[in-house]
Design a protein around this ligand. Sequence first.
Ligand SMILES: NC(=O)c1ccc[n+]([C@@H]2O[C@H](COP(=O)([O-])OP(=O)(O)OC[C@H]3O[C@@H](n4cnc5c(N)ncnc54)[C@H](OP(=O)(O)O)[C@@H]3O)[C@@H](O)[C@H]2O)c1
Length: 313
Amino acid sequence: METDLSALYQLLGSRDRPVLPSGEQRAVLGCGYVGQTLARQWRAQGHAVTGTTRRASRLESLSQWVDEAILFDSESSKNDLSFINTVDCLVVALAPTGQQYVDLDTYRSVFSRGIDQICSAIAARQSSSPLTVIQLSSCGLYGDHGGALTCEQSRIDLLHPINALLAGSESKLQELRSDHVSVTTLRLGGIYGPGREIPDWLLAAAGQQVERCGHHVPCWIHRDDVVEAVDLIAALNLSGLYNVVDDLQLSKQTITDHLCAAIGLPQVEWMGSEREQRVLHAAVSNQSIKRLGFQLQYPSMIDWYLASRSAAV
Ligand SMILES: NC(=O)c1ccc[n+]([C@@H]2O[C@H](COP(=O)([O-])OP(=O)(O)OC[C@H]3O[C@@H](n4cnc5c(N)ncnc54)[C@H](OP(=O)(O)O)[C@@H]3O)[C@@H](O)[C@H]2O)c1
């Protein structure tokens, strides 16, 4: 029989998280938008942080925020992931970047060839000290649920090749679980925050016709809430699968209608499209991670955006 530990987790989650005087050894694979913010926060908390980038040109700037900046490129055979031998916590925050259109092979490079290299390095680890692996995955995996309430146990859409690759990467990492390796998958909504003002992108279509379906329900999460969720899992040293999304659960049309009305712009006319292939249409639940004591700093992308606009005036 499984014991319900949610009350204990809530208590632990609500407390300030202690950092040992010496800190922990932590690593962030993929110091992009989320990864770099996380690495900076952990270093400020006293952890020794290793971070990776794919570009040699970023090593110097990344070195400001981490103790050791390392090159990791899923296409390279020269990667040195030996630092994984000594880390207490490893976050996998890789995503294809740098291009507007990302083709399937680029996804395959990151979520198949890259993940395989990471899995081999974890499996080859000599140490039996505890390791927490946290993978940042995507709620895009759920696909089209007709806008219905969708939780971690709901079916995922394996028909779309990108989703199949992502799901494969989740399984490969989850299979590494052992007595001393815990693995948690966090499925994220679309990430927004400073420098990624998704509402601005939606508002750019105000007064225009858009060849997309406005009735689809996507999901969103602020960058700093992702960082908090990762920090919580690292502190609790758990294995599991959790959705990390805000409370919004509204269709794209309803979101843009709210935004346009609040700012005094004409509404977007959603024309629908047969060409949309990777659809997310699901009211994704965040109840599981909330049961661990997770509290959203930004429950609504709309409120965050309107508050940041009025603060800037
Ligand atoms: N963005 C979203 O809306 C969203 C939604 C759901 C889930 N997620 C997940 O959330 C995590 C963080 O996303 P993010 O937006 O912070 O990502 P991001 O800003 O695009 O950063 C991605 C990181 O991966 C590295 N990278 C790219 N291609 C690589 C390759 N071939 N080999 C090795 N490293 C490579 C990049 O290297 P450089 O430092 O050289 O750029 C960068 O450090 C990712 O795991 C992503 O899958 C994101």
